[in-house]
Design a protein. Structure first.
Length: 66
């Protein structure tokens, strides 16, 4: 294989790997219902919903009260 083709092949594999990693991270972050059941999760979800009802604002997000 010519060196230029080898470099392009390596670059393509690097791009493919980056796409796989990003897709895996995005999928893991957006699909908690695909994870196996855990007895404590219902309590955690109820706690999070209660925080939202009480007006909790995430300090890491920009405030809407500017």
């Amino acid at each position: 294989m010519p060196p230029e083709d080898a470099r392009r092949s390596k670059d393509m594999l690097d791009v493919q790997w980056a796409c796989i990693v990003v897709a895996a991270l995005f999928g893991a972050a957006e699909a908690p219902d695909l994870l196996p059941d855990h007895p404590g999760w219902e309590g955690i979800l109820a706690w999070l919903e209660q925080l939202l009802l009480e007006g909790y604002e995430d300090p890491c997000l920009p405030s809407s009260h500017s």
